[in-house]
Design a protein around this ligand. Sequence first.
Ligand code: GAR
Length: 198
Amino acid sequence: MIKIAVFASGTGTNFVALYDHIKQAQLPIEITRVICDQPKAAVLDRARERQIPIWTHRLKEFEGKEAYEQAILTQVQADNAQLLVLAGYMRIVTQVLLNAYAGKIINIHPALLPSFPGRHGIEDAFDYGVKVTGVTVHYVDSGVDSGPVIAQQPVAILPEDSVESLAMKIHDVEHELYFESLCQVLRDQGLLTVQDNG
Ligand code: GAR
């Protein structure tokens, strides 16, 4: 079994999409745990409903960001997680995780990076007035939504679009692209084979 940890801070629709795809495709991938920095986030209920273990603590419970990430690292290593999958995790990852999981942390962002990084990628693209935005999956480095791109998919912004309709289109793309990209990364890393059908 390939073991991955999903990091999230909010609603968790990307976590659910990954979970459903993995189950439907019957792939040998186990989401060992959801790591969450917001103990009241909806993603935690979604994890509990699916019997996925959780780790949730606020940063302020720890002496600092490094201590916080060290606690996360201890947990994901105890779970033998091989890849860290950020799905709406609204924190900048520090060297603690970056060093331990070099080249093994991926993120999804709701814009075509390097345009519109940060917490409001959808709204920022809409407000700017670009005609095309999209979704990016990338390896994580120490920046905000930066690091080598794995996959991108454009989404047109039509004259009749609102932020809400655009967000729906973006999320629909995310829910497919993240799973495809995850399989691609696992194949590239030799963890998933063609026989697994991933
Ligand atoms: C997703 O749209 C994801 O791309 C975004 O947070 C949302 C989480 O939704 N991430 C970022 O903006 C990273 N900068 P979800 O909790 O429903 O999966």
